[in-house]
Design a protein around this ligand. Structure first.
Ligand code: GDP
Ligand code: MG
Length: 163
């Protein structure tokens, strides 16, 4: 069984963009696996010569505020249960939102290795915003721009340390 890396976080932080970036042409895709559920994508990739299974979660993408946390848990739970490393993604431009805090609190109880990925951190202001994210207590925030491909090699190196 390959190490499992799960990309998690609230909607719109750029999880799927990061998934595509990591699964993109700079990283050889070694095999493809149909998504286990309709809202989960999984792919086996090489990160610095190590094969891992990367999973994108999309379980919070419901509009109903009454059920957002419940749905988040149900659909992220199974992926998080399988995770060797969780990439908890937040948004440098939006800063920390109550939903981020709620999810962080839940994640902390799952007993998994967590890397804090601060996406949309392109440019200097992004790096400054990333510093704010220390307050999550998940260690040194990793600023990236999934869209522009910045910080991705640093992220890959940080993942490798956890494997
Ligand atoms: P998800 O809901 O967490 O999967 O987020 P998506 O990957 O669908 O991205 C949500 C939005 O954020 C899209 O409009 C993306 O183009 C945008 N986005 C993703 N990554 C970045 C980034 O690095 N910088 C900026 N500025 N926008 C981004
Ligand atoms: Mg998505």
């Amino acid at each position: 069984k390959l190490p499992v890396i799960v990309i998690a976080g609230r909607p719109n932080v750029g999880k799927s963009t990061l998934f595509n970036r990591l699964a993109g042409r700079r990283f050889a895709i070694v095999s493809d696996q149909p998504g286990v559920t309709r809202d989960r994508k999984s792919v086996d990739i090489l990160l610095n010569d190590r094969s891992v299974t990367l999973i994108d979660t999309a379980g919070w993408e419901e509009d109903d505020p009454e059920t957002v946390h419940g749905r988040m848990r149900i659909s992220s739970e199974r992926a998080v249960d399988m995770a060797d490393v969780i990439l908890f993604c937040v948004d440098a431009r939006m800063g920390i939102t109550p939903v981020d805090e709620h999810f962080a609190q839940w994640l902390r109880k799952q007993g998994r290795k967590i890397l804090l990925v601060v996406n949309k951190a392109e440019g200097h202001s992004g790096n400054v915003a990333a510093l704010e994210m220390y307050k999550f207590g998940f260690g040194e925030p990793i600023p990236v721009s999934a869209e522009h491909g910045e910080g991705i090699m640093d992220l890959v190196d940080r993942i490798e340390v956890e494997l």
